[in-house]
Design a protein around this ligand. Structure first.
Ligand code: NAP
Length: 257
């Protein structure tokens, strides 16, 4: 059940990076169920095809586009794909990310760089290309998916936390610079989301550490993203909303070794 009107996103086009799986898929579906045309983007054609077919079976206008968000020319091709197909781009959801559990002493320089490259540089690339090719002239909304632990320390996630802290900073700076252009930029910080690969990997790493997770559903995150992208949030920008039922706060007390 949705509290939003079914036509909330009629005539809107949304791009969801990493929209083929997990939280991104939940976001793509919820926007589609509220009338948006949806483009999902990631590196794996077969995953995109399967999700696009699933959404199309629900009468959602959805297209997949292969893109590596680390590569600016690939991102520009993605934005051109969206504009050629739909002629507009109203909402950008920067959801794609890479992650793996590793303590700092296990983490290689390459592993750290890779996560920062996907999460932070990828978010910049998509936001910048969308801005240059469409948002600058037309306004719109950007919603970045971050993580609660970006605001404090966390075990096994130093790389992701550093990247997400960068995303939080980028969110606020873009919001300030682009307010005069009618572009709102916000972020959503999910807690542990049930049935996602990220949660499965991290839970495995934390076995024996006595850590407990309080899982929410992808839909809980998607509802907040939909709200932030809608006119109901037209005066909200530069905000980072935690959707974790305060569970992330427990991480402050999580033992490292
Ligand atoms: P997921 O299912 O692993 O999704 C990540 C997506 O990113 C995949 O669809 C992947 O597709 C795509 N991706 C990875 N590298 C890419 C690249 N270089 N270029 C383009 N796409 C790329 O993860 P999730 O758990 O749903 O997480 C979604 C978001 O929520 C992430 O930003 C994550 O940090 C955040 N988050 C998740 C949790 C959680 O509990 N799961 C908690 C806090 C925050 P391909 O492999 O096809 O490229």
């Amino acid at each position: 059940m949705s509290i939003f009107t079914a036509n909330l996103m009629d005539d809107k086009v949304v791009l969801v990076t990493g929209g083929g799986t997990g939280i991104g898929k939940g976001i793509a579906k919820l926007f589609g169920q509220h009338g948006a045309k949806v483009v999902i983007a990631s590196r794996k054609q077969d995953v995109l095809d399967a999700t696009a077919a699933e959404l199309q079976a629900e009468n959602i206008d959805c297209a997949g586009c292969v893109c590596d968000i680390r590569d600016y020319s690939s991102v520009e091709a993605l934005i051109k794909f969206v504009l050629q197909r739909y002629g507009q781009l109203d909402v950008v959801v920067n959801n794609a990310a890479g992650n793996f559990p590793a303590s700092v002493d296990q983490l290689s320089a390459n592993g750290f760089r890779t996560v920062v490259d996907i999460d932070l540089n990828g978010t910049f690339n998509v936001t910048k290309a969308a801005f240059e090719h469409y948002l600058k002239a037309n306004g719109g909304a950007v919603v970045n998916i971050t993580a609660p632990f970006a605001g404090w320390g966390v075990a096994y996630q130093a790389h992701a936390a550093a990247a997400k802290a960068g995303i939080d900073s980028l969110t606020r700076s873009c919001a300030v610079e682009w307010q005069p252009l009618g572009i709102r930029v916000n972020a959503v910080a999910p807690g542990s989301v049930a049935a996602t690969e990220g949660t499965a990997r991290l839970s495995e790493a934390l076995v024996g550490e006595g850590a407990q997770t309080l899982d929410c559903e992808a839909e809980d995150i998607a509802n907040t993203v939909l709200f932030l992208a809608s006119d109901a949030a037209k005066f909200i920008s530069g905000e980072i909303i935690r959707v974790d039922s305060a569970s992330g706060v427990d991480m402050l007390h999580m033992p490292v070794h």
